[in-house]
Design a binder for this molecule. Structure first.
Ligand code: DAK
Length: 259
């Protein structure tokens, strides 16, 4: 259990990765490292069936700790920066469905953490953006890459070049967030969605791999990957359960074992 990042797992197998560094969850090196450890822990725990990442009721994360960054030299960043970026790869590569529940600010590295999730649920008070340019630097944890892949390069250019943040409503319009709800409800809505995925079949992991890894490949290779994973899904107990249940009880009634 980290000092600033904790993991708790509820009885439905939904893990909450909680960022907790008052007042704005500024991401110092320790937070990045603990986030990576939290992701590894969720990925290696068979009881974790879905993940919600949450910064608390007021703020998701206002980005990297600027006071720490101000003291960081080129050589230190060169030596450690890639390692810190790895924490988000751990999060992004989790086999389980991951939902970011965003209240308040998700700026810079905060926005980049949310971008590593499968879905972003935002509170209506949320503000998202990549303000790095205003500090004289560029996004360094996927903000020039995942953001452009998600919303398109033009919208990403606008956000990255200007440093402007967008409201939850604007973020929804550009596809940066998936749902908008009240700040009081956003965590529970993310948990409810995560519980639904937690009840899903083992094949959800295969679907996630096919979509995420396939997106990085040319179409032929991506279709081969899909084909392999499709065949592999027939090896799961859940595939037997799902098809038998349809034949005997009709659609949508299967109770999966995640095996
Ligand atoms: N770092 C450190 N302290 C911060 C902070 C931050 N990012 N953001 C806010 N704070 C502190 C403020 O200094 C203030 O501290 P006190 O004065 O109370 O001691 C306290 O939090 C409350 O902030 P404000 O008084 O400013 O509160 P407001 O509500 O007026 O404004 C705000 C909230 C979030 C809009 C504003 O504070 C703000 O603009 N914050 C900075 C946003 C920002 O530029 N974030 C950093 C972007 S750069 C890397 C990967 C990624 C990154 C770096 C490396 N590697 C893989 C190596 C990421 C870089 C970034 O995120």
């Amino acid at each position: 259990m980290g000092e600033f990042v904790t993991v708790s797992v509820d009885e439905d197998g939904v893990a909450t990765i909680r960022l907790d560094r008052a007042p704005v969850n500024a991401l110092n090196r320790q937070v990045w490292a603990e986030l990576g450890e939290a992701a590894v822990r969720c990925g290696s725990d068979d009881d974790v069936r879905a993940v919600v990442i949450w910064g608390g009721p007021k703020v998701f994360a206002a980005g990297a700790d600027i006071k720490e960054m101000a003291e960081t030299s080129f050589t230190e960043m060169y030596a450690h920066g890639a390692g810190l970026q790895e924490s988000l790869r751990e999060l992004e590569r989790l086999p389980q469905v991951v939902i970011a529940a965003i209240t308040g600010y998700a700026l810079g590295g905060g926005c980049e953490i949310a971008l590593a999730a499968d879905f972003r649920f935002a509170a209506d008070d949320a503000k998202l953006g990549q303000p790095e340019i205003l500090l004289g630097i560029i996004p360094g944890a996927g903000g020039t890459q995942r953001l452009a892949r998600l919303v398109g390069i033009q919208k990403a250019k606008h956000l990255v070049y200007s440093g402007d943040s967008v409201t939850a409503g604007e973020a929804a319009e550009m596809g940066l967030v998936d749902t908008v709800t009240t700040a009081d409800d956003v965590y529970e809505e993310a948990m409810a969605a995560a519980r639904r995925y937690a009840r899903g079949p083992y094949a959800l992991r295969m679907a996630k791999r096919a979509l995420d890894e396939g997106a990085e490949l040319d179409l032929d290779a991506a279709l081969r990957l899909e084909s392999t994973l499709f065949a592999a899904s027939f090896a799961t107990e859940d595939a037997r359960t799902g098809m038998r249940s349809f034949i005997e009880e009709g659609p949508g009634r299967a109770r999966f074992s995640q095996r």
